[in-house]
Design a protein around this ligand. Sequence first.
Ligand SMILES: Cc1cc2nc3c(=O)[nH]c(=O)nc-3n(C[C@H](O)[C@H](O)[C@H](O)COP(=O)(O)O)c2cc1C
Length: 166
Amino acid sequence: MSVLVAFASRYGATRQIAQHIGAVLTVAGHDVRVRPTTAVADLRDHEAVILGSSVYRGHWMEQATSFAEQHQTALAERPVWLFSSGLLGADEPPVDLDRLGALLDARGRQVFGGALVVRRLDLIDRVLRLKPARRRALRPGDYRDWAGIEDWAHQISADLIASTLA
Ligand SMILES: Cc1cc2nc3c(=O)[nH]c(=O)nc-3n(C[C@H](O)[C@H](O)[C@H](O)COP(=O)(O)O)c2cc1C
């Protein structure tokens, strides 16, 4: 099945998660494209979509929410899965995940740990990270659970194959 993995990523951590999901699905036999949301004009060539974004200040990146809203009709006609990646994890999922999950009737919503390398941040993000409310939660490090990401991608693959056979 042709699958689009569309992502929004500011510093590359979520891009690598998207690429990993894409690699698992490719090995499982699907025809996969991994693209930034800004590089996708329409969904004609894609039968299923996985959409992910990193989280900043409690929200998905604007380019991911606008992608979901702009392609709402086409997405609602396809099997869709959503994933978030951030440092606050499942205890504080971004508000957009539930809203967009309902809007698109998503088959699955997943929150993954992210990664933060301070020297890569632009000046504004460096300052925002140090705000007292965020400082403890936004500890630099790589919290991505590659095995969990692979498990999730395998579940999606199984679901896609089951839908094809049904
Ligand atoms: C200024 C700033 C604010 C952030 N706010 C959140 C947040 O509200 N929730 C969260 O889970 N992670 C938050 N993060 C962590 C990022 O989501 C995490 O580093 C993510 O993996 C970055 O992915 P990217 O490199 O693909 O953009 C924040 C990071 C920075 C620098």
